[in-house]
Design a protein around this ligand. Structure first.
Ligand SMILES: Cc1ncc(COP(=O)(O)O)c(C=O)c1O
Length: 377
């Protein structure tokens, strides 16, 4: 099948770019001697997870149990949930433990106790990592206050096996420079290794130090002490990662194929990919990226010509099914013409579609179901 045969909008995954991202980041992790455990939040696809594992990933991460259930059903048997899963869901997690190696994070004593009690009642023990807040200020214990006491309490809980420390430097997405990103990564490692050393002195052994975020990945990989990397977005990348210097335009595997459906004025065209496809996420980054995505020119589709952004087109407004594009100067685009849009945030885009099309150039080579999409419990 050819791209021209597909109705639009369609989410396209460029297979050579996808495979090259999987290979490159696996090599980065392997050459640093650390485990790679990709976060499946970006692709939500068992097929992509299997390609990552075939290349050397030790397993995957999911946020929600519903996602883990889909991946276990598809045969993935090593899953970490770096999300504060509540013991309300203990029965579902215990059911999965018969079929896969599972681990979760804890960052709250009562929640940890709830898990320990549930595991004891089931005659089990659950691997946990303590989530540490390294500056994102979302989840995680404060490493500067009461952290050792927290680790001691968790280590003493009979239904838990304390494996290590885990963090997510999501504040890297707000870095204003490459240097700031580098120092976010450096401080993350320092915080975690310092806490591990204090724990070791107190007789608590922590075998794992797990970090993971695509913007800081390139700086974290070689740092002493880290045992695991958990990037997610790297598999597709997106416009935000380009603006953060984590990827080039040519690395980006996910684009949206859209059709010009109206040209109400010479300086305005309408595309058929609105917020239901691109989402309202803004791009962040060191370089400026305005609007809701970039129209990329990828004419030859053979990878030989570098991609470029069509700077004359700005996606300045989204309705659910319309993207309103401001034209600077003139455009030859007319209703019926097709464009490729690089979204600001690829993870949220794949969550919105039942299938993505794997493409090579302008050829559709496969259709992948996004089996774990929408699994929010
Ligand atoms: C806990 C956790 N780990 C890893 C990741 C992967 O980060 P990224 O998508 O920047 O690679 C995320 C992303 O949200 C996350 O929340």
């Amino acid at each position: 099948m050819h791209l021209a045969d597909l109705p639009t909008p369609q989410v396209l995954i460029d297979r050579p770019r996808l495979f090259s991202n999987i290979d490159r980041v696996q090599q980065l992790a392997s050459s640093a001697g650390v485990a790679l455990r990709p976060h499946a939040k970006t692709h939500k696809s068992p097929a992509v997870a299997k390609w990552q594992i075939e290349k050397g990933a030790v397993g995957i991460c999911c946020a929600k149990l519903g996602e883990a259930e889909v991946f276990v059903e598809a045969g993935i048997n090593n899953i970490r949930l770096p999300y504060p899963v509540n013991p309300f869901s203990a029965a579902r997690l215990i059911a999965l433990m018969d079929r896969a190696t599972l681990s979760i994070i804890v960052d709250h004593l009562e929640v940890a106790r709830g898990w320990s009690d549930a595991m004891r009642r089931a005659g089990r023990a659950l691997d946990v990592l303590v989530k540490v807040d390294v500056g994102f200020h979302r989840c995680g214990i404060d490493p500067a206050s009461g952290a050792l006491g927290f680790l001691q309490a968790v280590a003493a809980m009979p239904g838990l096996r304390l494996r290590g420390l885990l963090s997510h430097a999501g504040h890297g997405y707000h870095a204003a420079s490459e240097d700031e990103l580098r120092s976010v990564a450096a401080r993350e490692t320092e915080t975690l290794t310092a806490l591990r050393d204090r724990a070791t002195k107190a007789g608590i052994s922590l075998d794992e130090i797990s970090v993971g975020a695509t913007p800081t990945l390139r700086f974290s990989a070689g740092q002493a002490g880290i045992t695991e990397l958990r990037p997610g977005n790297y598999v597709y990348f997106d416009r935000t990662q380009v603006a953060l210097g984590a990827a080039t335009l040519d690395d980006c595997a996910l684009t949206v194929l859209a059709t010009v459906v109206s040209k109400p004025a010479a300086d305005r065209i309408i595309l058929d990919c609105g917020s239901k496809t691109l989402t309202n996420d803004q791009a962040r980054g060191i370089t400026k990226a305005t609007g809701y995505g970039a129209v990329v020119v990828d004419h030859r589709g053979d990878g030989a010509a570098p991609r470029r952004v069509d700077e004359t087109l700005t996606i300045e407004r989204l309705s659910e099914e319309h993207a309103t594009v401001r034209v600077t100067g003139a455009t030859a685009l007319e209703p019926g013409d097709r464009v490729r849009v690089l979204p600001n945030h690829s993870c949220v885009v794949s969550n919105l579609v039942d299938v993505v099309r794997l493409v090579e150039g302008d050829r559709v080579v496969d259709t992948l179901p996004i089996a774990a999409r929408g699994k929010i419990t």
